[in-house]
Design a protein around this ligand. Structure first.
Ligand code: PAF
Length: 285
């Protein structure tokens, strides 16, 4: 496994060589603190035909708000490397912040997709998705992957990246990788590490709640708003702070149009706070 941290030119030379030799380059961007969810990204890249796998580990400061957990975010590079090596990853890119955001460049670009960016998670995390798109764009430019994979748990992020790729004619195929859950349904996330033992048990309610709403909607009860509101009230009453629980169009995350409910594909998305920890999850209908 080759590790690059400070030299973009040698990294690019390696990727070009692999491409010249006919290899498809698969890329999984991460912020490290890897768990089975991340490892499934690597496995799914292979299943989708990637012959060389590149993973980046970079805790991107631009996607954290001032009051968010950038400094607290778990950094476990040594363990991450061991996991990736075992998984058969070919290349790891783990740059320092000043390589990605050189201080001498003071004319920084902002990538914006205002309507969707300020919706759902963006309502409580202004600037978060600008930071995500900026870093993903930079990473795509550095690594030039043929295929890039992102986890379904961050579905809004995936749709925004898809919009960016289409709008900016970036030559990469995107893959959405299914959510990996603990046996009790809790979606794997590095932020689960912040939860106390009791809260981790309580957090299993999040997925259970999505399944419950989905079942009710499957029964074609037409009052979607009421079903969702009842569930939000229930979650709030047992100690969660629900930021949103919404049914959205799967393709573009537009608000669910009742008239089209039978025809289109939908996704239920939730963001909640449990103590100081913010968790998200979703379920495709
Ligand atoms: O999903 C993540 O872990 C991050 O948002 C990403 C895509 C690696 C960009 O920093």
């Amino acid at each position: 496994m080759q590790i690059f941290s400070d030299n973009i030119n040698t990294l690019r030379a390696q990727i070009s060589k692999w491409k010249e030799d006919g290899n498809t380059i698969g890329f999984a961007p991460t912020m490290g603190n890897l768990h089975d969810g991340h490892l499934s990204l690597v496995r799914n890249l292979k299943k989708n035909g990637a012959k060389k796998i590149a993973v980046s580990i970079f805790v991107n400061p631009r996607q954290f708000g001032l009051s968010e957990d950038f400094h607290q975010y778990p950094r476990t590079l040594k363990n991450d490397m061991a996991l990736l090596e075992k998984e058969g990853v070919d290349l790891v890119f783990c740059p320092e912040v000043n390589l990605i955001y050189p201080s001498h460049i003071n004319s920084e670009i902002i990538i914006d997709n205002p309507k969707l960016m300020n919706d759902l998670c963006g309502r409580k995390r202004p600037g978060h998705f600008n930071g995500v798109l900026l870093v993903v764009n930079k990473l795509f430019n550095i690594l030039q992957p043929d295929i890039a994979i992102f986890g379904q748990k961050d579905y809004q992020q995936f749709i925004l990246i898809k919009n960016m790729v289409e709008n900016l004619f970036i030559e990469v195929d995107l893959i959405l990788s299914p959510i990996i859950r603990e046996s009790n349904g809790l979606a794997l996330s590095s932020r689960n590490n912040y939860l106390s033992y009791e809260n981790k048990i309580m957090a299993t309610e999040i997925y259970a709640s999505l399944v419950k709403v989905k079942d009710k909607l499957d029964k074609k009860n037409d009052d979607i708003t009421q079903i969702i509101q009842l569930e939000v009230d229930r979650l709030n009453s047992i100690g969660f702070k629900v930021e949103y629980l919404e049914l959205r169009n799967l393709d573009n995350l537009e608000v669910c149009n009742k008239a089209e409910f039978e025809k289109k594909k939908y996704i239920l998305l939730i963001a909640i706070k449990l103590g100081d920890t913010r968790l998200i999850d979703n379920l495709i209908l």
